[in-house]
Design a protein around this ligand. Structure first.
Ligand SMILES: Cc1cc2nc3c(=O)[nH]c(=O)nc-3n(C[C@H](O)[C@H](O)[C@H](O)COP(=O)(O)OP(=O)(O)OC[C@H]3O[C@@H](n4cnc5c(N)ncnc54)[C@H](O)[C@@H]3O)c2cc1C
Ligand code: FES
Length: 355
């Protein structure tokens, strides 16, 4: 059985199966609805239910959807299933650079697992069947055997490579999925996944220079985006700030140094935050927002900033960028949320829609 869900103010109606989330149905029908974590943790997909009945879903974290919001008729589209035809109101803006590629299911065979750092592995999946179309910065939901909810990981390769996907996956202490990936997954195994998800993509329709911030495995999306821009011959100024704790954790340094030599418009600035920085390091030290501030003399006016990594890193970058005269409309981010972060994350400021 399916229900009709009308999304205002778009005035678009989608079909949602009774065991399907509203978000899943919309994305599979090429209709964009705001989302980030995809499983009840971040609150990005919150909408108002104007008409009809819903099942809110046990996955909805009490921190992402507060009690009074439930009472007011709000829900998280990533966990909510319709129980009748619905009218919902979502905060959707027209985005000239959004491709709105419909989400699809895929199967991939693991062809390589590379230890990128002591805590990050690169998992390379060869897709069986059709190519995976995505915009650089987007992510896939990987289905991990034995776990009820899929886990989100960003594509780290250029979007021009559609048959072999790279995921750079950090081990989360106590994390079921990442522990399985690090300890059990092997070459030759197959993994089911769906893609592409997310609103973190390049805004190339103007020629503003771009700065990227990648912390830990949060380098994945900026890597894909920088490769995308350079492969397409984009001539604007591009700066990549990569943060890691020490040299061992600073992966793909050689790749970006080579790219910086080849492309005059690309600058690569790695920074180490310690406490265990190797004595041979003579580059910048400090958290990545401090390294960037120092590098740019505290002035980011006119740039567009793309940030990816742990929520705390992104919050520190936003604060620095706002002091450096960058506005909300020029900041884009992918917070690498996990279940523990959902509890720790403070409520979004009502002053800002995206950050
Ligand atoms: C859009 C997006 C893209 C991402 N891309 C990447 C990427 O490219 N690379 C990458 O490395 N990571 C990425 N992440 C983060 C990654 O998805 C998580 O680290 C991963 O899902 C954790 O899965 P897990 O099963 O190992 O951990 P989980 O089992 O989900 O647990 C995570 C942590 O939370 C704790 N925990 C579990 N349940 C609760 C609870 N109810 N309350 C409090 N704490 C709890 C666990 O002990 C553990 O410490 C991304 C995240 C998002 C949202
Ligand atoms: S996308 Fe629904 S709560 Fe994060």
């Amino acid at each position: 059985m399916s229900y009709e869900v009308t999304i205002e103010p778009l005035g678009v109606t989608i079909e949602v199966e009774d065991d399907q989330s509203i978000l899943d149905a919309a994305l599979r029908q090429g209709v964009y609805l705001p989302h980030a974590c995809g499983h009840g943790l971040c609150g990005t997909c919150k909408v108002d239910v104007l008409e009809g009945d819903v099942e809110i879903g046990e996955e909805a974290s009490p921190f992402a959807l507060l009690d009074f919001e439930r009472d007011e008729g709000k829900c998280l589209t990533c966990c909510t299933k319709p129980e009748s035809d619905l009218v919902i109101e979502a905060d959707v803006e027209e985005e000239p650079d959004a491709a709105n590629i419909p989400v699809r299911d895929f199967v991939g065979k693991v062809i390589k697992i590379e230890k990128l750092t002591p805590r990050i592995v690169g998992v390379f999946l060869e897709v069986e069947g059709d190519e995976v179309e995505f915009q650089s910065g987007q992510y896939a939901n990987l289905h991990i055997p034995g776990l009820d909810t899929p886990r989100p990981f960003s594509m780290a390769q250029s979007p021009n490579e559609k048959m072999v996907l790279e995921f750079d996956i950090a081990l989360i202490p106590g994390g079921e999925g990442t522990t399985w990936i690090h300890n059990e997954l092997k070459v030759g195994d197959t993994l089911e996944f769906s893609a592409p998800y997310g609103h973190f993509f390049l805004r190339t329709s103007d020629d503003k220079p771009m700065v990227f911030f990648g912390g830990g495995s949060g380098l994945a999306s900026p890597k894909s985006m920088v490769l995308d821009l350079l492969e397409s011959g984009d001539a604007r100024e591009i700066i990549l700030y990569q943060g890691a704790r020490n040299l061992e954790e600073l992966y793909y340094k050689d790749l970006f140094e080579e790219l910086a030599l080849k492309h005059a418009n690309f600058t690569y600035v790695p920074g180490l935050s310690g406490p265990d920085i190797e004595p041979e390091w003579n580059g910048p030290t400090g958290y990545i927002h401090e390294v960037a501030k120092e590098h740019m003399g505290g002035k980011f006016e006119g740039y567009r900033a793309y940030m990816c990594g742990p929520p705390m890193m992104i919050d520190a970058c936003i604060t620095m960028l706002m002091r450096a005269r960058l506005f909300e409309k020029d900041m884009f981010m992918e917070k690498f949320f996990n279940a523990a972060d959902a509890e720790a994350e403070s409520k979004k400021s009502p002053l800002f829609k995206n950050i």
